[in-house]
Each structure stands twice: as C-alpha cells, then as structure tokens.
Design a protein around this ligand. Sequence first.
Ligand SMILES: Cc1cc2nc3c(=O)[nH]c(=O)nc-3n(C[C@H](O)[C@H](O)[C@H](O)COP(=O)(O)O)c2cc1C
Length: 324
Amino acid sequence: MLILGLQGSPRKGGNTDTFLATFLDKAAHTGAAVKTIQVARAGIVPCKGCGYCETHGTCVIADDPMSTEIFGLMREADLVVAATPVFFYGISAQLKVLIDRCQTLWSRKYVYKLKDPLAATRKGMLFSVAASQGRQLFDGIHLTTKYFFDAINAQFSHALTYRGVESKGAIRQHEGLAADVDEAIQQTVLPLVKRKNVLFVSPTGACRAPMAAAIAQQRYGDCIRTGFGALRPASELSASMVRAMQRVGMDMGYRNPQNVEQALSGTTPNLAIAIGESVDKIPVPGIKTVQWSLPEPVLTDDAAMDRLRLEIEANADKLMQSFN
Ligand SMILES: Cc1cc2nc3c(=O)[nH]c(=O)nc-3n(C[C@H](O)[C@H](O)[C@H](O)COP(=O)(O)O)c2cc1C
C-alpha cells in the first residue's frame, strides 16, 4: 500500500512541503509506505505535445525521471496526494509539468482503452494553500486536479485548501489542521491500509506472478492489496503476457519484475502464493504460503496465454472464497 505525495511548491520547507510531510508522517504510522516526489527538483521534462503517446502508448521522452520512475510510482500508488500552492489562481508551474506528462496515462486510458489494475480503488487527494482570501482561489486548481486524477485513474476523495497562509511555515499555525489531517487519514487512508496483503511469487516475476497480482487486484481490490515478487527477477515483463492482458483491456504498463524483498517494501503479507516453485523456496518466513501449480507458459502461444489468464481468474475467485 503506497501513498505518493507530489510536492508541487518550489519553496523548500514552505507550507505545501510542511503540510505534505505532516500528512505522510501520520499516514506512515498506519502502516502505509509513503514516498514524496519533490517535483520542482525532479528534473521532469515538459510535455512536447507531439502526440507520440496517442500512437505508441508511451512517452517519447523516455529517459527522464517521469518515464523511468514516476509513471511506475503512479501505477503502484493507492493514494496520490497532489500538493500545491496557489500561483496566480492555478497550480504551480512545477506540478503542471508533471501533470501534463500524464497525457501518456490519459492516452492509455482513453485512446488504448486500457485499465490499470488499481483503477477501481486508487484515490486522489488535493492539498492547496494560498495567501489571500479570494472566493474563487481554488477553482482552477480543483478543475485541473479533477482531470489529472481522472487521467491517472484516481477517485478524487478529499480536498484540503487553506486561505490566508503566506509566509514560510505559516500553515503550522492554521487552526484545525491537525483535525483535518486526522479526518483525511480516517476517511481515505485507513480503508486502503486495512485490506489484506497477498504476495504472488514466481521464478522470474515476468509472467505468472504479475498476471495473477493484477487479476486479483482488479477483481478484489476493495478487500486485498496484491504485490508480486521474483526469486530471480527478469529485466522486464513478458511481452506476450502484456498482450494477453491487453486483449481483456488490462494495462500492465510501467511495471517491472522485482525481487521478493523489494515487493515486500516494509509490509508483511497475510498470504504468499508460490507459482511454479515449491513453497519452501519462497523467502518469506513465517507467512502462510500456498502453491498454485500453474504450467510454465508458452510465450509464443497466444491461446495458451489466454488459457493461463482464465486459470488465474478461477484461482483468484477460489482464493477470495477462502478469505471470506
Ligand atoms: C508566483 C506566485 C504566485 C502567487 N499567486 C497567488 C495567488 O494568485 N493568490 C494567492 O492568494 N496567493 C498567491 N501566492 C502566495 C502563495 O500561494 C502562498 O504564499 C503560499 O503559502 C505559498 O506556499 P508554499 O510555501 O508551499 O510555496 C503566490 C505566490 C507566488 C510565489
């Protein structure tokens, strides 16, 4: 369970930064993993408006942090917190650069009609702060954030906006901030944290484990959070598995095989599922582990890949019956 904070102010230790750190610190105490992108210092290249993503499904700027890291984190995140000061009645230019690059995720959703496995449960939260008292101060920010969250498949769950906050750190004195943070944690974070964690492990993490994790996540994301790990991670997901998932509208983009330790990232799964390996090889001691003896996939055979997907769907349904 990951909360991704997008800190959109260029001012280090300013109000946006301070609020986000306070919120994420509290959220971490609930058991969530948290990660902050200091957007102003991330080196994100602005969108070129070239249309490449609409014809290729990926961004033409392939070597900046947006493509190499941040798209992946946005796919992994269960909650995305967009945090920005009001600059001329809009979001900061720095955060806007990141948002514009999400045209790639918009294209995957609306041009390619693909759904990422966390689409049904991912939440989006807005935090914003402004110096003056203007009635429409946050209108532009709300609109941009609404369409940003839609593109990244996040339901807009909560907005915390504060007027009359100008000097660095003044947000600390804002009455009601602690109560607002507690309420947001209760409403938005806790329902996501209390889901059961299920870890799928396969030898290379390129095909069966990511497929199973995505299918179980999509079907039962309101009660489980899945992850996948490998004993010896391959360098990328199997292209034929990715195509098999695309045939049923599922998006496996911006995901990579990872080892079991990375997959755990501080969380303790309630259940581990060993696919294609004997249970005793799974390095998660003390965790209940079951085996799914799914056949080694024939990567060149689309029909076999579709059968594997169906078998995993049936296994996921059985798994959930045993949970309930
Ligand atoms: C370039 C710029 C534009 C701003 N525009 C507005 C504005 O339109 N309305 C407003 O109330 N405050 C405006 N402010 C004030 C900031 O929103 C305010 O100081 C905020 O607390 C800064 O947050 P930070 O410390 O996270 O950067 C602006 C500040 C800057 C630097």
